[in-house]
Design a protein around this ligand. Structure first.
Ligand SMILES: Cc1ncc(COP(=O)(O)O)c(C=O)c1O
Length: 465
């Protein structure tokens, strides 16, 4: 029996295989994070201070970050010990399962073996908890009383709310307006853990008010919400700022994903040929991919794919230059792929991927050909999300469904070529708060948009010289 639902023709015949999952023991949670920077065959350009236009100093960063995180941001050590207090909280949900998606393989009739690392089992429902916990910990031991942050999908705001509650910190979350309207219950989740949630742009900050004056109907963007959170943190001694992606220390914390996956793949007797992760600011993709990159740098063949929305094509259509991480120009200036800090992406249903910039590490990996970047359109993303929900029984976050869409294409390629291959991807989060997005898809109201490059903003290339 075949049925047409929304944009998606589906085979309704039930088909099942026994699931294969690999759970590690609690003692197998990694005790150290892996820093790829000393192993890279190139050097990263330094972050630049927006005030002096010179490389940013420790003291400047100390206005909004605790010393330990600044050290981690700048370190060239390969391995950094995870504090016991952090491990205790991570052990609520780590190690996360590695699952072979046998039912998806069967549905696709592909010779590919497909594995996913299930980060959706964290308290907030995504990988974001992996860095929220250490960030809250280091701030609390530094005597900070409250944090500010931005959130796009609501996943990062939820994760940090949970972590701040664990360490007795207050939190204000600037949630991108479009996302707040699409998923109001994410805000309720954050409030359950004691956070205050403001719709961004808000009247609470000068940068928010400036945007509202220019366009009262703006959907908001991660770039604007970051400006608001940084502005508030910089103006209060008791308050620091926490970023959910992009920066080196965030990627570092997320390497627990790939480190566990590596052990699990080895236990399964597998070696991935392709590793796929969706890309917003880069920490999810970096988290699953980076621990496997050492092998690639040693000459083994592995492909790495970062997947972004066609409506916010930072890595594929942005330029590699110095730019601000936020809209108002308050953050350090980073060498990265950027669509320009003034670019406001359309209010598509993948709030966590609507960011004009990207992690400097991931940007450099793409620039140097170590990782590839791909885009997918919304219709393909939601079709993939539905197929995954039906076959594997898990509703993926729209962000994660970007990776699944690429996995499905890759599996089809292997089928066409009659080749076997092992694909590993990160299921970065669940989509149980994303029902309005799935509803729009089932109702047939989700359309792909082609982005006009004239809407891209400008970076500030002149700083690089
Ligand atoms: C479920 C999910 N996956 C992926 C991402 C993108 O994360 P990153 O910024 O680490 O690339 C987000 C961001 O919010 C998310 O919520």
């Amino acid at each position: 029996m075949r049925e047409l639902t929304g944009n998606c023709e589906r085979d309704m015949k039930p088909s099942h295989s026994f699931s294969y999952r690999l759970n590690l023991d609690k003692n197998d949670i990694p005790r150290n994070w892996y820093n790829i920077i000393p192993d890279l065959p190139f050097r990263l350009d330094p972050p630049i201070s927006p005030a002096t236009k010179k490389p940013v100093t420790f003291e400047e960063m100390a206005a909004i970050f605790p010393a330990k995180l600044i050290e981690q941001e700048m370190t060239t050590e390969r391995s950094i010990e995870i504090p016991e207090e952090v491990l205790e909280i991570l052990s609520l949900y780590r190690p996360t399962p590695l699952v072979r998606a046998r039912n998806l393989e069967k549905y696709l009739q592909t010779p590919a073996r497909i594995y996913f690392k299930n980060e959706s089992v964290s308290p907030a429902g995504s990988h974001k908890t992996n860095t929220a916990v250490p960030q809250a910990f280091y701030n609390s031991v530094a005597g900070i009383e409250r944090l500010t942050t931005e959130t796009g999908a609501g996943q990062w705001g939820s994760a940090l709310s949970f972590a701040c509650r664990k360490f007795g910190l207050g939190l204000r979350v600037f949630m991108v307006r479009a996302s707040l309207e699409q998923k109001p219950y994410r805000a309720v989740f954050m409030r359950m853990f004691g956070a205050e949630v403001a719709s961004s742009p808000s009247a609470l900050t000068a940068s928010g008010r400036a945007v509202l004056e220019r366009n009262a109907n703006t959907p908001g963007s991660l770039g604007i919400a970051i400006s608001e959170a940084v502005e508030e943190a910089a103006s209060r001694k008791d308050t620091n700022y926490a970023l959910g992606s992009v920066l080196n220390h965030v990627l570092l914390h997320q390497t627990v994903i790939g480190l566990e996956a590596k052990k699990q793949m080895e236990t399964a007797g597998e070696r991935p040929d392709v590793i796929i992760g969706c890309h917003g600011g880069g920490s999810n993709f970096g988290g699953i991919a980076i621990p496997f990159m050492r092998e690639m740098l040693d000459g083994k063949r592995i492909e790495f794919e970062a997947v972004e929305p066609a409506s916010c094509p930072t890595l594929t259509r942005g330029s590699f230059e110095y730019d601000y991480g936020d809209q108002a120009g308050l953050t350090p200036i980073l060498k990265m792929y950027t669509l320009g800090h003034s670019f406001v992406p359309p209010a598509d249903h993948a709030g966590g991927l609507r960011y004009h910039g990207a992690s400097p590490v991931v940007s450099a990996l793409v620039k140097n050909g170590i990782a590839k970047a791909r885009t997918v359109g919304q219709e393909e993303v939601f079709r993939a999300g539905l197929i995954f929900a039906e076959t594997e029984g898990l509703v993926p976050a729209p962000e994660s469904a970007h990776a699944i869409a690429r996995v499905i294409r890759k599996a089809a390629e292997l089928k066409e070529e009659g080749r076997e291959g092992t694909i590993l991807f990160s299921l970065s989060g669940h989509g149980l708060f994303d029902m309005s997005a799935y509803q729009a898809f089932l109702d047939g109201t989700i359309n792909d948009r082609d982005i006009d490059p004239s809407s891209f903003g400008r970076g500030i290339e002149s700083l690089a010289s």
